[in-house]
Design a protein. Structure first.
Length: 383
């Protein structure tokens, strides 16, 4: 079985060879007219019925830059529009779909190896983010390639978990004393652990946001509410409860400082919300849980931008509740300015005036959210 690491290398070679025309790579000038073909297809997939090859070509380029090629394929297929995809375009979709299948098969196998390595040292870890979507069979996994596996364990178990994974072949490699302190004292996870033979990367979390950050969700509440899902008859894993899965996705995206794949991650949120909204009282429970976990701000931004950018049907009472809990301020308008520029494909045709400024402001914001100034300023000077 090919490893996740090998699949990543194949993906890089594939995408770099046919990513963008040379002029598009080199052009530093934002295109003010911004043809948001990918975003429009995600909103209204029926548009592809009128596409010519020029529109399909731009869709492929934007989707590839957003890491959403196979996702778009699945999206069109679900909408009953596969018959409108030209053969030349289908070849690109199929190539990427094959990578997705191999990647997700490898993820299931790797998680089984992680569970086996930790069986004697702690309770089964909670699988997070993309790997959890795959294992739980959630629609947000469709068409997605995931680069690493994230797990959540109790903080008191972190040392023996790291030791057990080391004995099974995963190690952090060489980090200087400062980087070791950065991860082990201030952050919410160990340094990334890479398998010495297979190259698989495991991120071991003891909470979901940096401990030095402004928001402090209680990891024990996440662990206590985790649910068990069957991967196959003889193997089950633990994943976050539905509302917690959404909140973690929101917290991850809206604490990020780089948005190469921001639209992809926002679309993950869209699909999670659509998937789980079929459960009774999901929306009310989601807002209450955000209060309990100190995650109202990222949920506010998640609801605001999935609705504004992807037209996700967020109930009005939910938006009203979030507005009461996190009132609109001039900063909110600044966030609108920024996020509406970065939560698009990272393709030159999607850049607007001041996109670079928006990227810079969100990069600075992400560091401010991660660390107080007394730690942040020395960190930035050092790095």
């Amino acid at each position: 079985m090919p490893s996740i690491f090998a699949i990543q290398n194949w993906k890089k070679r594939y995408t770099s060879s046919i990513d963008c025309a040379p002029a598009e790579r080199a052009s530093p000038v934002p295109n003010e007219t911004s043809k948001q073909v990918l975003l429009n297809v995600l909103r209204h997939p029926q548009q592809v019925q009128t596409f010519g090859l020029k529109e399909w070509d731009l869709l492929l380029r934007q989707a590839r830059r957003a890491d959403m090629l196979a996702t778009v394929h699945q999206w069109l297929t679900r909408a009953g529009l596969a018959g409108y995809i030209p053969d030349k375009v289908e070849k690109h979709f199929t190539a990427h779909a094959n990578l997705v299948h191999a990647n997700q098969t490898a993820i299931k196998w790797e998680v089984a190896q992680i569970y086996a390595a930790l069986a004697e040292v702690c309770d089964p870890p909670v699988v997070l983010k993309g790997a959890a979507y795959v294992l739980a069979g959630i629609s947000a996994a469709e068409g997605r390639i995931f680069n690493d596996i994230d797990i959540l364990v109790p903080k008191q178990d972190i040392n023996k978990v790291e030791q057990a994974l080391f004995l099974a072949g995963w190690s952090a490699g060489h980090l200087d004393a400062y980087d070791q302190k950065y991860y082990r004292t201030w952050m919410h996870e160990l340094p990334p652990l890479q398998h010495m033979r297979r190259g698989t990367v495991v991120d071991v979390h003891h909470t979901i946001l940096p401990e030095t950050g402004h928001l402090k969700p209680d990891a024990q509440k996440l662990l206590s509410a985790a649910v068990t899902v069957a991967v196959r008859d003889d193997f089950s894993v633990r994943v976050l409860a539905p509302v917690d899965m959404v909140l973690h996705s929101a917290a991850h995206l809206f604490h990020e400082g780089e948005f190469d794949h921001g639209l992809r991650d926002l679309f993950d949120l869209h699909r999670l919300l659509i998937h789980f909204s079929e459960e009774p009282d999901f929306w009310q429970t989601l807002v209450k849980r955000a209060e309990v976990l100190d995650l109202v701000p990222p949920l506010f931004y998640a609801a605001r931008y999935v609705q504004a950018i992807l037209q996700t049907p967020v109930p009005v009472p939910v938006l009203e509740s979030l507005n009461r809990l996190f009132p609109t301020t001039p900063i909110t308008r600044l966030m609108d300015f920024c996020y509406q520029r970065v939560l698009v494909s990272d393709h030159q045709s999607c850049r607007r005036r001041f996109t670079g400024l928006a990227e810079y402001l969100l990069f600075v914001r992400s560091h401010y959210l991660r660390m107080p100034l007394r730690l942040l300023l020395p960190h930035l000077i050092r790095k």
